[in-house]
Design a protein around this ligand. Sequence first.
Ligand SMILES: C[S@@+](CC[C@H](N)C(=O)[O-])C[C@H]1O[C@@H](n2cnc3c(N)ncnc32)[C@H](O)[C@@H]1O
Length: 285
Amino acid sequence: MNKNRNCNYKLLDCGEFEKLEQIDDVIIRRSAPQAIWERKLNKETWDQYQAKYDLQKHAWELKQGIELPNLKCNNLTFELRFSGNGQIGIFPEQEPNWRWLQDVISKADRPLNILNGFAYTGASTLFASSAEKNTNSINVTHVDAAAGSVKWARENCRLSNLENNNIRWIVDDIIKFLTREFKRGNKYDGIILDPPAFGRGKKSATWKLDRDLPKLMQLVDQVLSSTPEFIILSCHDKAFGNNELQDNLSKIKKFNNGKIETVDLTIKSLDGNDLPSGSCARWRK
Ligand SMILES: C[S@@+](CC[C@H](N)C(=O)[O-])C[C@H]1O[C@@H](n2cnc3c(N)ncnc32)[C@H](O)[C@@H]1O
């Protein structure tokens, strides 16, 4: 994360398929399959962890009494948890997009209707909703297929004191939701999408990035307002690099001006190795 941003998260190092991170004074060690290089920091530093995720056992090894602190960034607070899949409830590589979102939203001189699909624990929802602007003029629709993630996002909203902001919380499969929004005639001025490679929708529906991205882009084009402000499309699947994401965004017909740019979602480390953590293409008016 950007050091100037008053965030209590640091990437200490990565290498040999793992990453070493610090939140306040708690050091955690977990898998990072993309870190195929040697570590920069020494073994003693790597062994100073208080929590380690064991990929083979799919379980956390915790030093006695260790709890994860809340992640604090830019006046927002996110509860972190030792999740069963090795996640902790935040994707710090999205930090450049959080800053970009707040910049685009605060500069728009009109009310905005924003959609965050695949919204997980709500980081982008809360950054968008708290952009410096009259908050009554920012409406965010937060959509995720997992009820537990939406509940967690609402808790993060409460911890961040944003309960009175205009946020609609929706548990639904994104394709089904957008299909209905199109039929209802609801439109969005800004859209944030960070789809996983695979996912489970509500009930039995599943999400597959390579199969479903074209349909998603078609629906996005249908629900975009006639004067869109921005779109962010990011992912963590090696098969979809910046160029593939850019190609997908360029199919959207409503962009009659503006520019699509690509961003490497790389987490910077002060003394260790940086960690490339995803691809991104984004468009602004
Ligand atoms: C990579 S995480 C998104 C991370 C989030 N953008 C962030 O930065 O915090 C993927 C999310 O997509 C959700 N998901 C998976 N399949 C879905 C579907 N078909 N419709 C809606 N959400 C889905 C998962 O529940 C999960 O919360």
